[in-house]
Design a protein around this ligand. Structure first.
Ligand code: SF4
Ligand code: SF4
Ligand code: FES
Length: 260
């Protein structure tokens, strides 16, 4: 079985075709281990638990973020490192980046308050607490392509986890810290939700955080831009309560371009 790997060594990237000589039903991780043991000991990748628990083996397989230890290997597969994080070597990306993103989002406990935690309280944070920080969602997010400062899905999911935690006495600080390059920059495309191996739904978590931001007094900055555009451009809408026919609409049956 021939597979292709996007390798990086000393800052130079190249695509290499390698043969695994493995029968069917093996995982991508087993393919990588076979190559390292039998073909090329310099091939570098991360793995820990080998059972989908630690998140360290996340890579892109044919362009989609997957856990190497939970993904079946197929003829011709193309394996690459995750996107938007510096590649240290071959399939290994810089984990310090993850720590920086989490620090920037302030998605951690700020002010511990003693509380009795019921089963219902636990359910509110259970799903988000299952994040294994594999970074698959971050790598799949199209916003990072144009805005490297965007906090990204796992940091925002983690922010919601602490906002919803009864033991957090200062959830306002977390909400404050996810306004800039945070909740309002997401396009709600849902890629992050599709690739998460833990079935977490960062897209819904971000929508939830937007609602909590509005409740905390923030508003969607794109709505402010829309209001500004409305002042410069005659849309025909009369804010006093009706439609202004001289504002672009021709009651004789057409559109009046002279009003612009
Ligand atoms: S839903 Fe938002 S955070 Fe998730 S991948 Fe799309 S843009 Fe990124
Ligand atoms: S939210 Fe899912 S995809 Fe994102 S880091 Fe956590 S476990 Fe991985
Ligand atoms: S090696 Fe731990 S999740 Fe794959």
């Amino acid at each position: 079985m021939i597979i292709k790997i996007n390798r990086t060594n000393n800052g130079k990237s190249f695509i290499e075709e390698l043969e695994t000589q493995l029968e069917n039903k093996k995982t991508v991780l087993e393919g990588l281990q076979f190559i390292k043991e039998k073909k090329d000991s310099t091939l570098t990748f991360r793995c820990g638990c080998e059972s989908g628990v630690c998140g360290s083996c996340a890579v892109k397989v044919n362009g989609v973020e997957r856990l190497a230890c939970k993904t079946k290997l197929n003829e011709g597969d193309f394996i690459e490192p995750l996107s938007y994080t510096a590649v240290l070597r071959d399939l290994v990306v810089d984990l310090e980046h993850e720590q920086k993103v989490l620090n920037k989002s302030h998605s951690f406990l700020h002010q511990y308050q003693e509380s009795e935690i019921t089963n219902e309280d636990e359910k509110k944070i259970d799903r988000q607490s299952n994040c294994i920080l594999c970074q698959s969602c971050y790598s799949s997010c199209p916003v990072l392509e144009v805005n490297k400062d965007f906090l990204g899905p796992y940091a925002l999911t983690r922010a919601l986890r602490y906002v919803n935690d009864k033991r957090e006495g200062d959830e306002k600080s977390i909400i404050n810290n996810i306004q800039l390059n945070g909740v309002w920059d997401c396009t709600l495309c849902g890629n992050c939700t599709l690739v998460c191996p833990q079935f977490i739904d960062p897209k819904s978590d971000i929508m939830n955080l937007r609602m909590k931001s509005v409740q905390a007094g923030y508003e969607d900055p794109t709505l402010q831009n829309f209001a500004t555009i409305g002042n410069e451009f005659d849309t025909g809408f009369d804010p006093t309560g009706g439609f202004n026919p001289s504002g672009g609409f021709d009651p004789s049956g057409g559109f009046n371009p002279n009003s612009f």
